[in-house]
Design a protein around this ligand. Structure first.
Ligand code: SAM
Length: 277
């Protein structure tokens, strides 16, 4: 048994985690799934050797990927969550009373099973009657969807079978599935380490959506830490918090909402590729 686990990240930096115990290890149809115990982070879920969530800090990522658009949209009722097999995004979406239906589209059923067993707090809302689980590629599901207010992508990195979720064809299907105020969000890696990917994704979204924007949050276990979230919207800017903040969260609130976007000046310089780092 290894004492330290060296992550195999999609980046030039390798994180190394102390392993108190390996709680689970399997090869699913799609990926290597591991759950380890770490002294600081608690239980950690790894897919193909890359950290997905940790018990200690999952809420930063799940809240920020969910609540910014859930508050920017005036009345989100029908939501698609793609990936997110641990259930964290579904849990956050269902905190909103407006929500009538959540399509939870995860390609790998084994991730859901493992999360139910080892991360019951994260997976707690998966069985809510408003949730319909679809075990399939999210890009295929969206092609035949209509009447959707929000699409949230919580996938693995832009490599492997998650690649379908970062294409122009996928963004076009997302747009076609939406109601008039429809909005879309996906993570696009780290501004520190993957600046070019972040910019390219903004440019790609601009070919589909009239409004495109970028907000960030600090995530301890994702390489580069300064994590970028890309938004595509049919009409409304995501910068405005249009609904009262009444739900219970640990990190996200209406003040964070207005602070998490890049300043317009910095965003402009970034997209014009005027900044070297
Ligand atoms: N928060 C995590 C992160 O960014 O590291 C992501 C967590 S979640 C477990 C990622 C999930 O996306 C995985 O369970 C994976 O199976 C799923 N996934 C990847 N590509 C997918 C696709 N094309 N359609 C549906 N689910 C997909």
């Amino acid at each position: 048994m290894f004492k330290f686990l060296e992550e195999e990240p999609f980046s030039p930096i390798k994180h190394s985690y102390e392993v108190e115990a390996i709680l689970h290890r399997e090869k699913s149809k799609f990926q290597d799934i591991a759950v380890i115990e770490n002294r600081f982070f608690g239980k950690m879920l790894l897919l193909d050797g890359i950290v997905q969530i940790t018990e200690r800090d999952e809420f930063f990522y799940h809240e920020m990927l969910t609540h910014v658009l859930m508050h920017a949209h005036p009345n989100p009722k029908r939501v698609i969550v793609i990936g997110g097999g641990d259930g964290g995004i579904v849990r956050e979406v269902l905190k909103h009373k407006t929500v009538e239906k959540v399509y939870f589209v995860e390609i790998d059923e084994s991730v859901i099973t493992v999360s139910r067993r080892f991360f019951p707090d994260v997976a707690q809302a998966i069985d809510d009657p408003r949730v319909e689980i679809k075990v399939m590629d999210g890009a295929e599901f969206v092609k035949n969807s209509t009447g959707i207010d929000l699409v949230i992508v919580d996938s693995t990195d832009v490599i492997g079978f998650a690649r379908t979720l970062f294409t122009k064809e996928f963004f076009d299907s997302v747009k076609n599935s939406m109601t008039e105020n429809g909005m879309f969000v996906t993570h696009t890696e780290s501004l520190h380490l993957h600046k070019d990917i972040v910019i390219e994704m903004q440019e790609k979204l601009m070919k589909t959506f009239p409004v495109v924007d970028l907000y960030t949050a600090a995530i301890a276990t994702y390489p580069g830490n300064w994590w970028a979230f890309a938004v595509g919207s049919l009409k409304l800017t995501p910068r405005e918090c249009r609904r009262p903040f009444t739900i219970e969260t640990k990190f996200y609130d209406d003040e964070i909402h207005t602070q998490c976007f890049l300043t317009k000046k910095f965003y402009d310089k970034l997209l014009k590729r005027q900044l070297k780092w």
